[in-house]
Design a protein around this ligand. Structure first.
Ligand SMILES: Nc1ncnc2c1ncn2[C@@H]1O[C@H](COP(=O)(O)OP(=O)(O)O)[C@@H](O)[C@H]1O
Ligand SMILES: [Mg+2]
Length: 471
C-alpha cells in the first residue's frame, strides 16, 4: 500500500516536478512510506519509458498505484542460472502487456559494450525521492578594474536543468556506470578516511575526446546523479562551473589573486560538510594554451601566475573529502600534463556508433511523438527486437529498419549534431504541424546526407584556401 493519498500525490509530484526546499529527501520519505515486500508499483526507466531493458545505472521510475504489470513482476519465478534475464519484465506508461524478455544477444563488435540488463526480481532497490531546485544558476563575478568577469556559474543540486540529462546521454561502452562507480568509491574512501598514503586515489576526473561527444553534459549529469545517490550522506550538491576561457584568456592578465578570491568562495561551500561539492573546469586546454603562450613570450607573465594559482588551488581543495573535481578536454594529445597527472580517473569519450545513434534517434522520435508533431504514434522496435526478427521487413519492422539504415549512414556525426538533426529535418523539409513517421524519416535521411555534403564542401573550402588541417 503506497500510503495515505496525500503522500502518494506528494511523491508523484516530487518525482516529476519536485518543488520546495532543495536537496534529496530519502529519509523524509521513509516517514510516510516504507516499501514492503507486498508493495506494488509499476516500473519504467529512462527517457523513452523503457524501450530497452534497464541497466544498473538507469533511472527507474516508480508509478503508483498498482497495475497488472507489476503483479506479474512480483509473481515471477526467481531467475534460473541458465537465463538470468529471462525473468525481466518490461512495461512502461504506454507499453504493451508485460512479457518475459529474452536473454540479450551477446556478440562481439560494437554491440559487445551494450549494457547488460538487470533482472528486476533478483536485485534490491534503493529508492531516492528528491526535489529539484528550480532557482537556476547564479554567477560568480570577479571584478577587474575595467571589466566584470563571470568567473563561474553555480547550481544547487539536484537542479531542474539537469533532470533527465543522464538518461539522454547514450554511449556504447559502459562509460556512465564506470564513472559512477569510480566516483562513488572515491567518496566512500574519503568519507571513511582511508589513508591515501597506503591506498592511492584522488578526486579528479578527466573526460577527454572530440568536441560534441557529451563530456560537459556528462560531468553535470554525473554531479546530479551522485547528489541523488549519496543523499543519505550529503543533503545536497553544489556544482561550480569555472569559466576557464575567461580565466585564462589573454585579456585576463590580472595576478593570481583573483583566482584565489574565487576559490575562497568555493572553500566556503566546501566548509559545509552536508554539501557534496563538484568543481567543473571545462576545456582545460585553454589553460595549456595560456601556459604555452607564456613560454613563447606572447603572453604577459601574469597569465602563468593565473594558471599556477588554479593548479595550486585545485591541490588545496581536492584534500577535502566532500569535493569532486571534474575536468574536460577536447584535445587529447595537447592536454597539459599538469592536469593529466592530477586526474586519477581519465576517460575517453568517443563519437557514437550506429547502435548508439539508433538509440539517440529513437529518443528524439519518441519526444516528437509525445508532442504530437509526429502523428499518429507508432511503436518503433529496439535494435535488439530487430535482431530477433532477423531484420525481416514487415509492417511492424519497416520504419525501424529504415531508422537503422539512417543510423548507419549517420556514423561519424557527433552526439551534438545528431540531437539537432530532427529539428533541421522539420525546418528544412517538413514545416507542417504534424507529420507521419514515414515522412519524417525520409526528411531525416535527407538532412543526414546534407550534413555530410556540407562537411565535404567545408573541407574543400579549407583545402582551397591553404588551411587544410585534417591531414
Ligand atoms: N553520446 C551522446 N548521447 C546523446 N546525446 C549526446 C551525446 N553526445 C552529445 N550529445 C548531445 O550534445 C550536447 C552537447 O554535448 P556537450 O556536453 O557540450 O559535448 P562536449 O562537451 O563533449 O563538447 C549534449 O547536451 C547532448 O544533447
Ligand atoms: Mg564541452
Amino acid at each position: 500500500d503506497p500510503g495515505p493519498p496525500d503522500s502518494q500525490a506528494r511523491s508523484a509530484r516530487s518525482r516529476r516536478y519536485g518543488r520546495g526546499p532543495q536537496g534529496s529527501r530519502t529519509t523524509r520519505w521513509r516517514r510516510f512510506f516504507v516499501p514492503k515486500a507486498s508493495t506494488r508499483f509499476s516500473i519504467c526507466h529512462g527517457q523513452d519509458g523503457g524501450s530497452s531493458p534497464p541497466s544498473e545505472e538507469d533511472t527507474i521510475f516508480l508509478h503508483f498505484p498498482r497495475t497488472a504489470a507489476v503483479a506479474s513482476l512480483l509473481r515471477h519465478p526467481p531467475p534460473s542460472s541458465s537465463s538470468s534475464s529471462s525473468s525481466l519484465v518490461r512495461h512502461g506508461r504506454r507499453g504493451p502487456a508485460p512479457r518475459p524478455r529474452p536473454a540479450p544477444a551477446r556478440r562481439g563488435g560494437p554491440s559487445a559494450g551494450r549494457q547488460l540488463p538487470v533482472a528486476l526480481n533478483s536485485c534490491s532497490f534503493s529508492i531516492h525521492i528528491y526535489q529539484l531546485n528550480e532557482e537556476g544558476p547564479s554567477s560568480e563575478h570577479l571584478e577587474e578594474e575595467t571589466e566584470n568577469i563571470i568567473a563561474a556559474s553555480h547550481w544547487v543540486l539536484p537542479a531542474v536543468e539537469f533532470h533527465g540529462l543522464w538518461e539522454s546521454l547514450i554511449y556504447d561502452v559502459e562509460v556512465k556506470s564506470h564513472l559512477l562507480h569510480y566516483v562513488t568509491t572515491t567518496l566512500l574512501f574519503s568519507d571513511k578516511n582511508v589513508d591515501s598514503n597506503l591506498i592511492a586515489w584522488n578526486r579528479v576526473v578527466l573526460l577527454h575526446g572530440p568536441p560534441g561527444t557529451g563530456k560537459t553534459s556528462l560531468c553535470k549529469a554525473l554531479a546530479q546523479k551522485l547528489t541523488i545517490r549519496l543523499s543519505e550522506r550529503y543533503r545536497y550538491g553544489q556544482l561550480i562551473e569555472i569559466n576557464s576561457h575567461s580565466l585564462f584568456s589573454k585579456w585576463f592578465s590580472e595576478s593570481g589573486k583573483l583566482v584565489t578570491k574565487m576559490f575562497q568562495k568555493i572553500q566556503e561551500l566546501i566548509d559545509d560538510k552536508n554539501a557534496l561539492v563538484f568543481v567543473l573546469i571545462d576545456e582545460v586546454e585553454s589553460l595549456t594554451a595560456a601556459r604555452n603562450a607564456c613560454r613563447a613570450g606572447t603572453e604577459p607573465s601574469d597569465a602563468i601566475r593565473v594558471v599556477n594559482a588554479v593548479l595550486t588551488q585545485i591541490d588545496q581543495i581536492k584534500r577535502h573529502s566532500n569535493v569532486v573535481i571534474l575536468t574536460t578536454s577536447n584535445i587529447t594529445e595537447k592536454i597539459d600534463m599538469a592536469f593529466v597527472d592530477r586526474a586519477d580517473i581519465k576517460q575517453y569519450i568517443g563519437p557514437p556508433s550506429p547502435e548508439a545513434i539508433y538509440k539517440i534517434y529513437l529518443s528524439c522520435l519518441d519526444e516528437l511523438m509525445k508532442c504530437q508533431i509526429i502523428y499518429p504514434r507508432e511503436q518503433l522496435l529496439t535494435l535488439r527486437e530487430l535482431d530477433m526478427l532477423g531484420y525481416i521487413e514487415n509492417n511492424v519492422s519497416k520504419m525501424s529498419i529504415l531508422l537503422s539504415e539512417i543510423s548507419r549512414k549517420s556514423e561519424g556525426l557527433s552526439g551534438r549534431v545528431l540531437r539537432k538533426l530532427p529539428f533541421l529535418a522539420h525546418a528544412l523539409y517538413i514545416q507542417t504541424p504534424t507529420v507521419t513517421v514515414e515522412v519524417f524519416l525520409q526528411a531525416l535521411s535527407l538532412v543526414v546526407e546534407k550534413q555530410f555534403e556540407e562537411r565535404r564542401r567545408l573541407a574543400a573550402c579549407v583545402c582551397d584556401s591553404g588551411y587544410w588541417f585534417g591531414s
